[in-house]
Design a protein around this ligand. Structure first.
Ligand code: GUN
Length: 293
């Protein structure tokens, strides 16, 4: 069996078209949704994510306020930027690109963001709301994973989903979203992580495997039940002299082998990646809509 490929670019493009229409409606009422972006330092991967986020804003008609700060930025300077954006009515969403340089206190920065502008969904208030099943900004990557599944007709109710990885950005929120009692969840969820003795024992029982471990080849074909859905959240750079950049991107899944066993699978790149930014745009538009109610 060769798996059907889930096209993240196509799903992302469909959602972005829906958002463009929403943005036009907001603009007609005098509101341009605005995203404040803060990048500290010059980590190459973070730089390219932030550039892609700014481009995406432009593409659907959002205003973006780009703040690229040097790696030497102090905690006080960074907090001052956040406070300024909290008070700025043109900014509906605030994104501080993670990870921050080591000398900065990440939790204090996330706590400083006004929860109503926390379009990343990382503020403890939004995390709490999400866990309680209340209305909240959902973190973009896990929200994108859920949209990919739902929009590809994958049934979540009663499905056994095994999430491999327990990061605050992907694994933990995704597991929480999928156990909620609503139409886009209601799954049975197992979380595996570096403390799990035999990850394959769990993934072989899964109807859906989500790989978010951050290491190439974490998921191999012997770990997958025939016909299962495999979502690869990993973005790993591996050296490749044949590429101009000297590297290529691979996920956490051994794609070539797993695609022969799975029923549905996301590629890297072109799977989950385009969804993350799309859900950031979605949250920013939602925030702008709330100001007009
Ligand atoms: N770093 C990796 N993923 C993310 C994300 O979704 N948001 C932010 N702010 N930083 C990240």
């Amino acid at each position: 069996m060769t798996a059907k490929i889930i096209d993240g670019k196509q799903v992302a493009a469909a959602i972005r078209e829906e958002l463009k229409a929403e943005v036009q409606k907001l603009k007609a009422r005098g509101v341009t949704p605005g995203l404040g972006v803060i990048l500290v330092g010059d980590d190459p991967a973070s730089k390219s994510y932030v550039t892609a986020k700014e481009r995406a804003c432009e593409e659907i008609g959002l205003f973006s306020d780009d703040n690229r700060l040097p790696a030497t930025t102090s905690q006080a300077e960074l907090l001052a930027r956040v406070h300024k954006m909290n008070a700025d009515p043109k900014i509906h969403g605030i994104l501080v690109q993670l990870p921050l340089p080591k000398h900065l206190n990440e939790s204090e920065v996330l706590l400083a963001i006004n929860p109503d502008k926390d379009v990343d969904g990382f503020h403890p208030i939004n995390v709490g709301r999400m866990v309680l099943g209340q209305k909240a900004y959902l973190p973009c990557t896990p929200h994108g994973v859920v949209q990919l599944l739902v929009r590809n007709g994958v049934k979540l109710k009663g499905a056994h989903v095994v999430v491999v990885g327990r990061s605050n950005i992907v694994g933990k929120p995704l597991a929480n979203m999928l156990v909620q009692k609503n139409d886009q969840a209601n799954a049975t969820v197992t979380i595996c992580h570096t403390g799990t003795k035999d990850i394959g024992y769990f993934t072989r029982q899964a109807d859906i495997v989500v790989a978010a471990a951050g290491h190439p080849n974490t998921i191999t074909a012997d770990m997958i039940k025939p016909g299962a859905v495999v979502i690869d959240v990993g973005v790993n750079r591996v050296e490749d002299a044949s590429k101009k950049a000297g590297y290529r991107l691979v996920g956490d899944v051994d794609f070539e082998a797993v695609k022969e066993k799975a029923g549905l699978i996301t590629p890297v790149p072109g799977g989950v990646g385009p969804m993350t930014i799309t859900m950031l745009l979605f949250n920013t538009v939602e925030s702008a809509k709330r100001t007009t109610i």
